[in-house]
Write a protein that binds this ligand. Structure first.
Ligand code: 5GP
Length: 205
């Protein structure tokens, strides 16, 4: 009997939309065993409280470019002056092992994944308002004014790509948004094409 392959979920949304918080709450609710949250590589400097190998793999530009050259990335993009990319090997291995994989990546990367891996499920996290987005980015006090400005401009551009996504996840409250994310993940797990092995099992073929 063939083993069930994992589903790839791609979550995007502008900086400050609260993707990380919603995901954290979702992972706490669902237990981490059957979901793998991919850790990206980046050339951005670590923020206070971030840990190498947990939040990101922090790389120099040379190291990152060598990962590109050696085809070690599932996707990558340049965002607000830094490289960000998804290490390929763990993602493909986890999917093959039947685990669902979540990538939390920006729009350009998400669109590349959609093209290269069309069975992936794309979700766009929307903040309750643009004003709230601004407040969140400014309020976390981790970026310079120039970077904040750049991130807000990028956010406006990212909003123009929402209709390319499969789902919209409004982050009004973290509880409701993570609950809705759970519903999306569970519904996608029930798709017929993801459960052909179950049919074989039940019908004894
Ligand atoms: P931040 O610097 O705020 O951690 O991330 C900036 C943006 O890069 C966010 O939108 C985040 O989702 C995105 N990002 C993080 N990792 C990756 C990745 O591996 N690939 C791409 N394309 N974007 C990423």
């Amino acid at each position: 009997m063939s083993k069930r392959k994992g589903t790839l979920f791609v979550i995007s949304g502008p900086s400050g939309a609260g993707k990380g918080t919603v995901l954290k709450s979702f992972l706490e609710q669902s237990g981490n065993e059957d979901v793998f949250l991919s850790v990206s590589a980046t050339t951005r400097a670590p923020r206070a409280g971030e840990t190498d190998g947990v939040n990101y793999y922090y790389k120099t530009t040379e190291e990152f470019e060598s990962m590109i050259a050696n085809d070690q990335l599932f996707e990558w993009a340049s965002f607000c002056g830094n490289y960000y990319g998804t290490p390929k090997e763990p993602v493909l291995r986890m999917l093959e092992e039947g685990k669902d994989v979540i990538l939390e990546i920006e729009v350009q990367g998400a669109m590349k994944v959609k093209e290269a891996y069309p069975v992936g499920v794309t979700i766009f996290v929307l903040p309750p308002s643009f004003e709230e987005l601004r407040n969140r980015i400014v309020g976390r006090k981790t970026e310079s004014e120039e970077v904040i400005d750049q991130r807000l401009k990028t956010a406006a551009w990212e909003f123009t790509h929402i209709t390319n996504y499969d789902y919209i996840l409004l982050n009004d409250t973290v509880e409701d948004a993570s609950q809705r994310l759970k519903s999306i993940v569970e519904a996608e797990r029930c798709r017929v094409d993801k459960n052909l092995n179950l049919i074989e099992e039940v019908l004894g073929k």
